[in-house]
Design a binder for this molecule. Structure first.
Ligand code: PMP
Length: 389
């Protein structure tokens, strides 16, 4: 009997199918709002200028490609920590490693939780990034889902608290640090304060997924919730991705940090993180993290990167404002943040919009705001409006 005969066939990623369909569509005015990558005004996802400059430096100056170690490029981790944690960055209660993307960070964190507390339930908001559940499930953890939106797509905090009433001390609460994927709906500062109090009072461990820092309200503002959470609790985890804010997607650049109750517990957790990484990927791929380190080490390159990031954010938020103004049912999009918004459009309606107007969006109604242009918004809204409730 074949080893593989017992496996169930797995469905391919729906979004990847959408990419192929979009490519094959001959219509000149087709609009791609499906894939979750930033696009500029020309619809391109170019390599950032600061990244190109850093690659030139690496090509000229990198003297060895010898192994680094399971913790990856520690210069990268330390320079990035200053951006993520601000004044908390030097704390001996915080330690981190480089990971293959935010996905690698989430999985490594999940494996650490599974080793430290296999009975923990991981609470995940509905909806969330579709890969969250598989990442934690594959680590062997139990998942539970909580609501956080009302029928109109705004935060319904009372419902969230009601669902989380069932969480036990020691459970993990997964939180999007900013720019929620897929909804764009972030918590207010007051709501974050309430979540921090909840975690502290009930012994819940926040696991913050920060994959879009700088693409919401700016680098500092987008980390404010993370700072607030870490200040409120003894134990926390932060999974970070540089793949959006440095445009490094396929280079797979991320980091995992833990905060422990004291330096000794942080060191204990760190030693386990390193050991777990050794057993999964041994060492993370270097190039992308070396690029980020090279940028952050050099004031001129850093300034160029921050300028480019500002431009990306400004473009996204201008599109948000224009889209919100184009239809009364879309008004809330102006106040949401990040690359995505979720429209009240069924999978069947999305298929009709695809067939009739060449508008491509995910089956759950998620759109990539950056896939729009100011001059394509009218056509998009015209195709969309018959399907809005
Ligand atoms: N978390 C969220 C919320 C994301 O949207 C993504 C990327 N789509 C990730 C994590 C993973 O990022 P990466 O590509 O760096 O693995």
């Amino acid at each position: 009997r074949s080893l593989f005969g017992a496996l169930d066939r797995q469905a391919p990623d729906a979004l990847l199918g959408l990419i192929a369909q979009y490519r094959a569509d001959p219509r000149a005015d087709k609009i791609d709002l499906g894939v979750g990558v930033y696009r500029d005004e020309a619809g391109a996802t170019p390599v950032m200028r600061a990244v190109k400059a850093a690659e030139t430096v690496l090509l000229a100056e990198q003297g060895s490609k010898s192994y680094l170690g399971p913790e990856g490029d520690t210069g990268f981790v330390d320079l990035l920590a200053a951006i993520v944690f601000g004044p908390l960055a030097g704390s001996d209660r915080i330690a981190g490693v480089q990971t293959p993307g935010g996905t690698g960070a989430l999985r490594l964190g999940a494996d650490l939780i599974a080793r430290a507390r296999p009975s923990a339930t991981v609470w995940i908001g509905d909806p969330t990034w579709p890969n969250h559940a598989p990442i934690f499930r594959e680590a062997g953890l139990t998942l539970a889902s909580h609501r956080f939106l009302d029928g109109a797509g705004a935060v319904d905090f009372d419902t969230m608290l009601a669902d989380l009433a069932a969480a036990q001390a020691g459970d993990v609460l997964l939180l999007h640090g900013c720019c929620h994927n897929p909804t764009g709906v972030d918590f207010s500062a007051d709501q974050w304060a309430a979540i921090a109090n909840l975690c502290a009072a009930r012994g819940l461990i926040p696991f913050i997924d920060l994959a879009y820092q700088g693409l919401g309200d700016g680098l500092e503002a987008d980390a404010a919730a993370t700072h607030q959470m870490l200040a409120a609790v003894p134990d926390a985890l932060v999974a970070y991705s540089c793949d959006k804010n440095f445009g490094l997607y396929r280079e797979r650049v991320g980091a995992l940090w833990v905060q422990g109750a004291n330096a000794a517990l942080t060191t204990l957790a760190f030693s386990n993180i390193v050991a777990l990484a050794r057993g999964i990927w041994s060492m993370p791929p270097d190039h992308g993290a070396a690029i980020v380190r090279t940028i952050l080490e050099r004031p001129a390159m850093r300034a160029e990167w921050m300028g480019e990031l500002d431009q990306m954010r400004t473009r996204i938020n201008a599109l948000r404002a224009a889209l919100a103004a184009a239809h009364p049912q879309l008004a809330a999009i102006a106040g949401q943040r990040g690359m995505f918004a979720m429209l009240p459009v069924s999978t069947a309606d999305a298929a009709v919009m695809r067939a009739d107007h060449g508008i491509y969006m995910a089956g759950n109604g998620r759109i990539n705001i950056a896939g729009l242009r100011l001059d394509t918004i009218p056509a998009f809204v015209a195709g969309l409006s018959p399907h809005l409730p």
